[in-house]
Design a protein around this ligand. Structure first.
Ligand SMILES: Cc1cc2nc3c(=O)[nH]c(=O)nc-3n(C[C@H](O)[C@H](O)[C@H](O)COP(=O)(O)OP(=O)(O)OC[C@H]3O[C@@H](n4cnc5c(N)ncnc54)[C@H](O)[C@@H]3O)c2cc1C
Length: 578
């Protein structure tokens, strides 16, 4: 057993993750008078959510009064290639307007028209203008409003806790185990219920719009080890335009507003290649199609020196670029010393969003483990095979509130809580064992190996041979990880955190590769070179378990009014896509 200090904490409900989803859940619990504790592995005002740029969706009808939540749901379902859960989607769309009201009450400053109405703009594949925004800093604005509301309510939040394991007895969660990233002291947190809101797994690709050390698959490992099933892990959204150069900034997002404002894509030969892929919509085609087009141009040898294609806004004029795309102008000056008003940007697809994740019940977001809920990017159900931009922030808000209510109800009704000492002991041993390993491998290079193999074998385009090779290489990395040396030092326990991140990435990569193999078709974000058509038999969710089994679940029917609207066509001409 560990000799290091082990502190016990208790809470009615423990929330793991302090992005938008976790904070919204924490606020709900505090408002209901439940003793809540929120923990995160990085600063609450710098969670991944702050990167969100373009906006948050709700059918408010401020610009287009004919909009309705039913139309929002129809757009979301159709764009998901019919893999989203209709009940989840309908709940999201019905409740999203109330979420915007809350955010406004809590201080979020969204853009407004001169008469005071909230401005709403078009995002791709939406029938009406329904995206609220705060410049291109929407995520930051939302996160800060949530942090401020949580402060008002005195929600206890810790930014220095890395959760390594969920504590489960007989299929029921009773808390979580973790360590303090600064001093390595251990924490046993006992709770009636646990809400998992620890983000996705897109950092396991070489080019990713997430920052270092976030979205490393922690949620998937924590949930999988606890006994939860994962769903649709292969469905990962690749954004068509991430930076490719310089190397350390690879993947950083180039917002779709660039194409919305008239940016033109060209290959290294100067050809406007979207004319071949989608002559009607060109650069304003859907995200999955543009990503595939960019990928093809690069892989067929028409890419640039750094392995990208060119995205050009020089024809728009300096004033327009500075006025409409100020953040992009600054980003390229800061990161690449490139003036985008004079030279084109080099871009390539970047792993952007985990559409799959923990399998949850449609509305309550209960998982397979009693008392455990999953919410936000770590949960699956809203986006199916293609996410509509602006829906994730809405998802965090709507289902953050709902899981808060559900966990409060669970906690209030709980008669008995077994605190299984063996489970706590096993969790402690797992960390001890990692710290005791001696060898010549380190977490960062092994993470890099995972990212390389995922990029080569399970990127925008996949094949059976490539996926099998990816699994083979993953086994090798897992083997090498047995010789991992973890060296906490005076600066803290970041090295242990990286080692745990690696465990998360290994599990998330395995589930993704195995599900991608099993989905023998092309649908939305899953493009299989060897199965180029969509297979009606695979209009199903793939449900993965830790023992490697994958089963299929057919999504339920949408309500008749939503289904009827979803059958209609959407005219995308001239609309922003993000
Ligand atoms: C560049 C970019 C632009 C985007 N733009 C938009 C947009 O315009 N509109 C939109 O709707 N969506 C957008 N998204 C997506 C959206 O930002 C995310 O899906 C959303 O913010 C996820 O929030 P979350 O609360 O689920 O998780 P996160 O914000 O990722 O938070 C996860 C939390 O879990 C914690 N955590 C993780 N692992 C552990 C662990 N082991 N122990 C303890 N804590 C842990 C982290 O510290 C963090 O607090 C964008 C994403 C990117 C990358």
């Amino acid at each position: 057993m560990t000799a290091v200090e082990e502190r016990r904490l208790s809470a009615g409900v423990l929330v793991i993750g302090t992005g938008a989803a976790g904070l919204r859940a924490g606020i709900e619990l505090a408002q209901a008078g439940v003793q809540v504790l929120c923990v995160g592995k990085r600063r609450r005002d710098d969670a991944h959510t702050v990167l969100a740029a373009g906006g948050i969706n709700a059918a408010l009808g401020t610009m287009d009064p004919e909009d309705s939540w039913q139309q929002h749901a129809a757009d979301t379902l159709r764009e998901s290639y019919w893999l989203a859960d209709p009940r989840t989607v309908e709940t999201l769309c019905r409740e999203a307007p109330a979420a915007i009201d809350e955010l406004v009450r809590w201080g979020a400053q969204f853009a407004r028209e001169e008469d005071g109405r909230l401005t709403q703009r078009f995002f791709g594949a939406h029938t009406f203008r329904r995206t609220c925004f705060a410049g291109d800093y929407t995520g930051r604005e939302i996160q800060l409003a949530l942090v401020s509301r949580a402060r008002e309510l005195d929600v206890p939040i810790r930014d220095d806790v890395y959760i390594t394991r969920l504590l489960v007895h007989d299929g029921r969660v009773f808390g979580a185990y973790g360590f303090n990233i600064d001093d390595g002291s251990r924490l046993v947190i006992i709770a009636d219920a646990v809400i998992l809101a620890a983000g996705g797994h897109t950092r396991i690709w070489r080019r990713s719009s997430s920052r270092r050390d976030e979205n490393t698959g922690d949620s998937m490992r924590l949930a999988g080890d606890a006994g939860c099933r994962l769903r649709d892990m292969e469905l990962v959204q690749f954004h068509p335009t991430g930076m490719v150069f310089p190397e350390e900034s690879a993947g950083t997002l180039v917002t779709e507003a660039v194409r919305g404002e008239g940016g033109i894509l060209r290959n290294a030969r100067g050809e406007r290649f979207m004319e071949r892929y989608d002559p009607a919509r060109l650069e304003l085609s859907t995200r999955d199609r543009v990503a595939l087009a960019n990928y093809n141009e690069i892989s067929e040898g028409r890419g640039t020196e750094h392995g990208g294609v060119l995205l050009d806004v020089t024809h728009l004029g300096r004033d327009t670029v500075l006025d409409r795309l100020p953040r992009m102008y600054r980003q390229f000056i800061d990161l690449a010393m490139l003036d985008i008003t004079r030279e084109p940007m080099e871009v390539a697809p970047t792993a952007h969003y985990s559409m799959g994740g923990v399998r949850v019940e449609s509305v309550t977001h209960e998982t397979d483990v009693e008392g455990l809920y999953a919410v936000g990017e770590c949960a699956s159900g809203v986006h199916g095979a293609n996410r509509l931009g602006g829906n994730s922030l809405a998802e965090c808000m709507v289902f953050g509130r709902i899981v808060g209510e559900e966990a409060a109800r669970w906690s209030a009704a709980l008669d008995l809580q077994v605190r299984d000492r063996t489970a706590i002991h096993d969790a402690a041993e797992e960390v001890d064992e990692l710290l005791a390993r001696r060898g010549d491998e380190f977490a960062r290079p092994l993470q890099r190996a995972v990212r390389d193999l995922m990029t080569e074998s399970c990127g925008v385009v996949r094949t059976e041979g490539g996926l099998r090779e990816g699994l083979r290489q993953l086994d090798e990395v897992a083997e090498r990880a047995q010789a991992l040396e973890v060296r906490p030092d005076l600066a803290g326990y970041a090295d242990l955190a990286h080692a745990m991140d690696l465990q998360g990435s290994l599990l998330a990569a395995q589930a993704t590769l195995e599900c991608a193999l099993e989905r023998r078709e092309s649908r939305g974000a899953q493009a299989r070179l060897d199965y180029p058509d969509t297979d009606p038999e695979l209009a199903a969710n793939l449900v993965w378990s830790l023992d490697g089994t994958i089963s299929r679940e057919t999504p339920s029917e949408a309500s008749p009014e939503v289904a009827a609207l979803a059958a209609g066509e959407v005219d995308l001409t001239g609309r922003l896509l993000e």
